[in-house]
Design a binder for this molecule. Structure first.
Ligand code: SAM
Length: 248
């Protein structure tokens, strides 16, 4: 059956390209890429000479139907994005939707994804989490969103642009409180990989003091809200019990 393969690509370190992804890219009839110019060096590096077409979710319908035509003729295609897993804050949803609607097989190749890599090393609860994509670029909208998430108990995960990371950490400290634990996972798999976990206020000050921390790509994770913080500390309750016994 003609298949649409979803192929992840490295987040920075070329050695992270998965072998099955290379094999698939070498054998499909065409590769749909978010940006063909950015993907060309990667394909060259792995000796892949499969033809490429540009694909965005806002690509004209013709671009999508040309890709589907290839599958209608019985051949398979692959989708890649600039880095990481397609569809994760990247193009692909419309193509997958259209392929499934026409009854084609969609096959995911597991591999690099910034949110999963960041969560796996963050040291925040990972049993339940909410990936929120990119935070709004404007502070007002960002604060509105953060305020709406203050009592979310799951670990929150955001993608953020380097030039906004400081403003973003400042808004997190303001909305969630200086003590809420936050993780900044920067430049994953690259030379200056840095993953730090600190209370929000402290992390903001640390990033503010070091311009190098305001560069590169980053994932921001926020520890979930603990309902227990609203109730009394067990030590305090014990203290009340002792007092109650002592009182007439
Ligand atoms: N599809 C990608 C994935 O699977 O993670 C995400 C694409 S999104 C357009 C790009 C964002 O992912 C960046 O702004 C950053 O938040 C995050 N990101 C990508 N590479 C990263 C890296 N090496 N280290 C930290 N974050 C990264």
């Amino acid at each position: 059956t003609p298949t649409l393969y979803i192929v992840p690509t490295p987040l920075g370190n070329l050695a992270d390209m998965v072998p099955r992804g290379i094999e698939v890219l070498q054998t499909v009839a065409r590769i749909a890429a978010e940006d063909t110019r950015r993907s060309a060096p990667l394909l060259a590096h792995f000796g892949i000479d499969t033809p490429m077409s540009a694909y965005h979710d806002h690509s004209d319908r013709q671009a999508t139907s040309r890709l589907l035509d290839i599958m209608r003729s019985g051949e398979s295609i692959a989708l890649i994005s600039d880095a990481g897993t397609p569809l994760i804050s990247d193009p692909g949803f419309r193509l997958v939707d259209a392929a499934l609607t026409e009854g084609f097989r969609v096959c995911p190749i597991p591999g690099p994804c910034a949110l999963v890599a960041a969560l796996s090393a963050a040291g925040l609860p990972s049993d339940r989490f909410s990936f929120e994509g990119f935070l709004p670029a404007k502070s007002q909208a960002r604060k509105t969103l953060l305020n709406a998430l203050v009592k979310e108990e799951r670990t929150l995960i955001f993608y953020e642009a380097p030039h906004r990371v400081l403003e973003c950490l400042d808004d997190i400290a303001t909305c969630m409180g200086d003590d809420r634990r936050v993780v900044l996972a920067r430049e994953i798999s690259k030379l200056y990989e840095t993953i730090v976990r600190m209370p929000a206020g402290q992390l903001r000050d640390w990033v503010a003091a070091d311009r190098n921390q305001q560069r590169g790509e980053c994932v921001v994770l926020i520890e979930g809200y603990h309902a227990q913080r609203d109730v009394l500390d067990p030590e305090v309750i014990k203290g009340f019990d002792i007092l109650r016994e002592e009182l007439p």
